[in-house]
Each structure stands twice: as C-alpha cells, then as structure tokens.
Ligand binder design. Structure first.
Ligand code: CAA
Length: 269
C-alpha cells in the first residue's frame, strides 16, 4: 500500500513552494519533484524538504527513487532566486550575498544536506530522468547512486555560464564518473549532454523510451531488492570506499566486511 508520508513543506515556505511529493511503498520511497508547470525548478525549500525526508526515512526503505513530474526532470534552481525579490519567504542570492562568508557557507551546507543523504550505504538511490536536468537538476541526478534516463534526457551543468560554480554536491560524482578532462569540458562549455552520450560516459546505467521509464525503474528497484539487505549495505560501503583506498587498504576492508557477513550468516551474530 502506498502511504503519503510528507507533503513537502519546509520552514518558512509553503508545501507548494517546496514542490515535492513523497510516498513510501514498502521498501521503496519515491520522491517526486512536482512543479511541472515550472519544470520542477528547485528552491531552498525544496532542498530543506529533501533533507527532512532523508532525516525521517523509514527504516524499512532500501530504494529511493527521485523523479520529476511532467516533461522535465528539473530545470534547476528557481530563477527567481537570482532576482532582487527572490522567492517569497526564502530570500534570494542578492540577500544571501549580504551575509558573512561563514553564514553564507552555512546556508549552502544546509542546501547540500538535501543531496548528500542519497549516497547513504543502507539505501540505493535511483534518478529517473526525462527531458531537461539542468544545473541543480543535473546535480540532483548525480547525487543518486544510479541514473535511468529516457532517451529525450538532456543534462547540462549550466552554473559556470551563469557566473557560478556547481555547489550542490555534483562535482565529485561527475569527475568520478567521467574523469577530469570530460568533466571540465562539460561544465565549462555548459553544453547539453544527451541520453546516448550520457550512457557512453557512464552517466546513465540505462536509457529507455520515455514511456518505459517508470517500468525500467520499477524493474531495477525489484532487482536491487532481491539481494540480501545487509550484504547490499556492506557491499555499497566497500565500493564507495574503494576509490580513496590503496589496494592493501581495500583488501583489508573486504576482509573486515566479510568477517561480519559470515558471522551474521552462520554464527547468528
Ligand atoms: N526557474 C523558474 N521557472 C522556470 C525555470 C527555472 N529554472 N525553468 C523553467 N521555468 C518556467 C518558465 O518560466 C515557464 O513559466 P511560465 O509558463 O510561467 O512562463 C515554465 O517553467 C515553462 O518553461 P519553458 O516554457 O521555458 O519550458 P520548455 O520546456 O520550453 O523549456 C527549459 C524548458 C529548457 C528547462 C527552460 O525552461 C530553461 O532553460 N529553463 C531555465 C534553466 C536554467 O537556467 N536553470 C538554472 C540552472 S543553474 C542551477 O540550477 C544551480 C545554480 O545556479 C546554483
């Protein structure tokens, strides 16, 4: 049974401003960016609401699907944030620019919280991307562990073209996946990466026809859920640590995780 858990409000903003829908169905949570008429543009309220979902995720959830309603996954930051008036109740970049550096960085850190939890080892997050994923939209897709793209998907890291840097946790996964030269080229030209190229670069695990997107994500979630939960968590932790470790450290980490697994399976501890 699907349970509507959270309407998506954030302090100082109405649920409509947060623009999210959140449902939990057994082991699968689905977060839907739900302002299709504004191409699911994101605000500080969206990011606070995302962080709150992460904080209160029911323990049984193992797969988190992030999707967008309508023709676009997300057109990125709500461009009203760049106007002097900003978004009602949430201010603007102009008002944030008057903050001290540390207070401003703290505000960005709050926004980043909405993206960081999607990497938690106890869950696997899947972005289901159709149409445009621009700026914060691309970074939200990059914050997820896996990406399933409709063949009309268009990814774009627009921030440098607007005089900004990508700061919503997207730079590390982008470099990890495509390498530094390609990441530089994608970001500094702010060009669109189509679905086919995204698959070639490793930015998509799967590309399907738009009508097949929901079904492909459902199938992937089902395959992920068929694996032992604790083994999945331990394996994700192991794989996530691999890049930063030497071979010696990684093999030690494998031993450590396996001892815990074997004991849990055969000694009941
Ligand atoms: N913010 C607010 N509203 C947006 C929006 C955004 N980012 N993107 C689209 N909309 C609104 C449009 O203003 C329009 O509203 P109205 O109907 O009220 O006029 C509605 O959504 C539909 O937009 P389009 O008619 O443009 O739809 P489209 O399908 O033809 O084009 C699009 C889609 C290519 C995404 C285009 O809307 C677009 O280029 N949007 C802006 C993208 C952008 O520059 N985003 C910022 C990226 S940078 C970032 O995210 C991070 C950062 O800076 C820190």
């Amino acid at each position: 049974m699907t349970e509507a858990v959270f309407a998506g409000s954030a302090e100082g903003a109405s649920p409509e401003e947060a623009g999210l829908r959140y449902e939990v169905d057994g082991e699968i949570a689905t977060i839907t960016l739900d302002r299709p008429d504004k191409r699911n543009a994101q605000t500080f309220a969206t990011w606070s609401a995302l962080a709150r979902i992460g904080d209160s995720l029911p323990q049984q959830v193992r797969v988190v699907v992030v999707r967008g309603e309508g023709p676009s996954f997300s057109a990125g930051i709500d461009l009203r944030m760049f106007t002097p008036e900003g978004v009602p109740g949430q201010g603007s970049f102009a008002s944030s620019a008057t903050l001290g550096d540390s207070a401003f960085e703290q505000r960005i850190a709050q926004a980043q919280r909405g993206f960081l939890w999607l990497r938690r080892p106890d869950i696997v997050s899947i972005a289901a991307v159709q149409g445009h994923a621009i700026g914060a939209g691309f970074q939200l897709a990059l914050a997820c562990d896996l990406r399933v793209l409709a063949d009309d998907a268009k990814l774009c890291m627009k921030e440098p073209a607007l005089g900004l840097v990508p700061d919503l946790t997207g730079t590390k996964p982008l470099v990890d996946i495509v390498g530094l030269p390609r990441a530089l080229e994608i970001c500094l030209t702010a060009r669109i990466v189509g679905a086919e190229e995204a698959a070639r670069l490793g930015l998509a695990e799967l590309v399907v026809a738009p009508d097949d997107l929901a079904g492909a994500v459902r199938d992937l979630a089902a395959a992920l859920l068929a694996v032992n939960r604790d083994a999945a968590t331990a394996t994700k932790r192991l794989l996530q640590g691999a890049v930063g470790r030497t071979l010696e450290e990684q093999t030690a980490a494998e031993r450590h995780e396996q001892v815990a697994r074997v004991k849990a399976l055969f000694a009941g501890s």
